[in-house]
Design a protein around this ligand. Sequence first.
Ligand SMILES: Cc1cc2nc3c(=O)[nH]c(=O)nc-3n(C[C@H](O)[C@H](O)[C@H](O)COP(=O)(O)OP(=O)(O)OC[C@H]3O[C@@H](n4cnc5c(N)ncnc54)[C@H](O)[C@@H]3O)c2cc1C
Length: 377
Amino acid sequence: MTRDVAVLGAGALGTTVAFDLAFAGEDADGGDVSVTLFEAGSVADGSTGRAAGVCYDAFAEDVDAEVGARAIERFRTFDETGEFEFHESPYVWLAREGDADRERAIREQLPRMQANGVTAVRMERDEFAQRFPSLTSDDVAVAAVAGAAGYTTPRSYARTLAVLAKRQGATLRQDEPASVAVDPLRVNGERFDDVVVATGAHTKQVLAGAGFEIATKPYRVQAATYATAYDGPMVYDATDGFYLRPHADGVLAGNGTEEREADPDAYDREANDGFAESLRERATARAPDVEDARITEAWAGLCTATPDRDPLVGELAENVYVGTGFQGHGFMRAPALGETLAEQVLGEDDGIDAFDPTRFDGDEEFDVVEGMLVDDR
Ligand SMILES: Cc1cc2nc3c(=O)[nH]c(=O)nc-3n(C[C@H](O)[C@H](O)[C@H](O)COP(=O)(O)OP(=O)(O)OC[C@H]3O[C@@H](n4cnc5c(N)ncnc54)[C@H](O)[C@@H]3O)c2cc1C
């Protein structure tokens, strides 16, 4: 008996699931597994192709830390294939003088991270100044640095995983928007034994077509690149709410979150007027190298929010699986969450309780909240 699995969406998550299923080749009962990856456009056409590629495992919750660590481990392993590049780079986050809430949150979260095995240390201002001379330090109240971190071009990850999945026998069907029907389970009219819906910001509507309601809302975020010389670490300034990382042009910086629901079919893919200029000013306050740097690109993309800011990953109904709602941390977790989803489909794993997609009814009212918050979670 062959188990036919359809994976919908060739972003970071879908390509990982397809690769892991194809690589396994058989399920827990020894049955063959056949994988078809449907993509409405081309690989990484969704949020993955617009993401910044900042990756780390610095999470205070144990489950998040575990997922983050596994993802970094896999990024490093894929890097060893020689077909994908993961750039090691420390991840620094900080609160400024006068921002007592975030300062306290950073101080409180660090021991929890360390207890979860995260390699992260606190830095007071002098140490920060010494260690990162290319960054402004005189306004820093407290900072922290995580070592299991790095960045990559997210599009290259999805493309590499799609190629690896195909090599393992998966079928990739691009330019083929998929719709799901149940009883019996079908994708675009073809019978499948299992369906994994990983269609990013479109997941809610793809599932609605099959009669499932989920509690997610897409929201718009923005990023820009700047031509400059920068040899510092990846930084998240929690007080001002922006991040930056080294980039081939010099620096990639982002945030510009709009805390309201966006339409995945009609959102503005260009950055707002003035966004890149104003972000350059904010980033200059932390990384003076960015001052006067030429803007090379500016764009917008979608993230997806959930009522409790944890993602929906797992079995939604019999043989119907979902992965979405990553609140701005979807790329960095995709290697681990894709692996978990594949293991669930194969009957080898029960999934992650905290991310159980059935924990909501789907009709919950909630506000979109910025994804990278440093707060008292
Ligand atoms: C500007 C920006 C910066 C970001 N920075 C980071 C970051 O630094 N680190 C991080 O971890 N995350 C970041 N994110 C979030 C990250 O991009 C997402 O969480 C992640 O890419 C989600 O991957 P995915 O595979 O779930 O979805 P997607 O990448 O959106 O993939 C879904 C795919 O499904 C396809 N699709 C849609 N409908 C259908 C259909 N009906 N049938 C078939 N295919 C369909 C789409 O074309 C798309 O290719 C950022 C996002 C943005 C916009």
